[in-house]
Design a protein around this ligand. Structure first.
Ligand code: DSN
Length: 433
């Protein structure tokens, strides 16, 4: 009996599944015709996507290279070793694990390795820019561990290291976590190390947002200071959607390996590992340093332009790819501002600002970032223009203008022009592997 349908091995998606082919084609159109300013997004290269969508998806393995539970693993063992070697070279570390399915699972693995249920964590408050998987009440990490938080100073939005030290002494955590998802400034990793040493805690740094900037030498590295560092491989690293753990402590690395599998995850997602390996290779190229430097410079151009236009930028600027607009002065809500910008062709996300009194699905802020549009080829003048257009749309909204206002339509036209000048993937990508 023949059980594979005609075209199973060679027909393109659009032919086999027109409904899904159409969805992918329309999402491609959206990406081609909008400017992406979401800080956790980027544009992966054709090569990354080709690896990620490759026949490697067919292979199942558990364990690590040379110690697998399934046969036929010699080729993918070579891939995992290559990816690990690239990660170690890129981040200058002695150990890397490419298997976490996501940044959250990387964090979960580290906590599972180093803590017992009920142990104490000190991490950045989600509302101040931390992350769910750092012990937020609504996350499983908030249930398993006894979590206290530090935040940022009301007057300048910066982490107050004296306050972190006080809270560490009061809470006596077994683990301190630094890093987050909307903090725009360089974090003093050495100061976190000193506090961790003082209270006998392990230091985990989650560099998910800034990993590409660190890889490209546009941001200081936490690797010399932290016991262990986690990241996602998308965002500024511009790769496949997954997680990564690195450390300089090889003994700890052995414990992390056996905690991840079988403690947290099952079989590896080898096709994602293939994409991660390609992106790590891309980040090792000299031109990636130019990219990382440009990302920071472009975010600073946007911050300066928006400040000049009367918008409050949390901390007064940025050292990274992201900036956080506080819209309370304009009496605007983050959700409505995000929707209005999207109608004008600019994609962003609503985001709580420190000491926000709005609900998380409303917020008083917008998070903007330069990483994806820099990949697209936009330069400083484009980012100045984009920030000005953003201010035009928000000004019009604050003045009571509607979706049909002139700033929205003028911005939509300008975005179309910028997108046409900086095209991304060809339409044929929908029908290719
Ligand atoms: N943590 C979310 C963000 O920063 O947007 C997803 O990566």
């Amino acid at each position: 009996m023949v059980v594979t349908h005609q075209g199973f091995f060679d027909a393109p998606l659009a032919e086999i599944d027109p409904a899904m082919g159409d969805i992918v084609a329309r999402e491609l159109t959206r990406q081609q015709t909008h400017i992406e300013l979401i800080a956790s997004e980027n544009l992966a290269s054709r090569a990354v996507m080709q690896a990620q969508g490759s026949i490697i998806t067919n292979k199942t393995v558990e364990g690590y290279p040379g110690k697998r539970y399934h046969g036929g693993a010699a080729v993918v063992d070579e891939m995992e070793r290559l990816g690990i070697a690239r990660a170690k070279e890129l981040f200058g570390c002695a150990y890397a694990n490419l298997q976490p399915h996501s940044g959250s699972q990387a964090n979960q693995t580290v906590l599972h390795t180093l803590l017992k249920p009920g142990d104490r964590i000190l991490s950045m408050d989600l509302s101040a820019g931390g992350h769910l998987s750092h012990g937020a009440q609504v996350n499983q990490t908030g249930r398993f561990y006894d979590v206290a938080h530090y935040g940022v100073r009301r007057q300048d939005g910066l982490i107050d290291m004296d306050e972190v030290a006080k809270r560490a002494i009061a809470h006596q955590p077994q683990m301190i976590i630094a890093g987050g998802s909307s903090y725009p400034r360089v974090i003093d990793f050495a100061a976190f190390r000193a506090i961790a040493n003082e209270v006998g805690a392990r230091l985990l740094v989650d560099m998910a947002h800034i990993a590409g900037l660190i890889a490209g030498r546009a941001h200081p590295s936490p690797v010399p200071h932290a016991d262990v560092v986690t990241t996602t491989t998308t965002k500024t690293l511009r790769g496949a959607r997954g997680g990564l753990i690195v450390s300089n402590d090889e003994d700890l690395g052995k414990r992390i390996d056996s905690s991840l599998f079988p403690g947290v995850q099952g079989s590896a997602h080898l096709q994602i590992m293939a994409g991660k390996t390609v992106c790590l290779g891309e980040a090792l190229r000299p031109e990636f340093r130019d990219y990382a430097a440009a990302v920071v410079a472009h975010a600073q151009v946007m911050a300066t332009t928006l400040l000049e236009r009367g918008y409050d930028v949390v901390t007064g600027g940025t050292d990274t790819h992201l900036l956080l607009l506080d819209l309370r002065r304009q009496d605007l809500k983050g959700n409505a501002a995000c929707d209005r910008l999207e109608a004008a062709g600019i994609t962003s996300n609503k985001n709580a600002v420190p000491f926000d009194d709005q609900k998380p699905w409303v917020t008083s802020g917008l998070r903007l970032a330069s990483s994806s549009a820099t990949t697209r080829g936009l330069g400083p003048d484009d980012f100045r223009r984009l920030a000005g257009l953003t201010a035009d749309v928000l000004d019009e909204m604050a003045a009571g203008g509607g979706l049909d206002g002139p700033a929205v339509s003028a911005t939509r036209a300008a975005v179309s022009e910028i997108c046409a000048q900086h095209p991304i993937y060809p339409n044929s990508i929908v029908t290719e592997t």
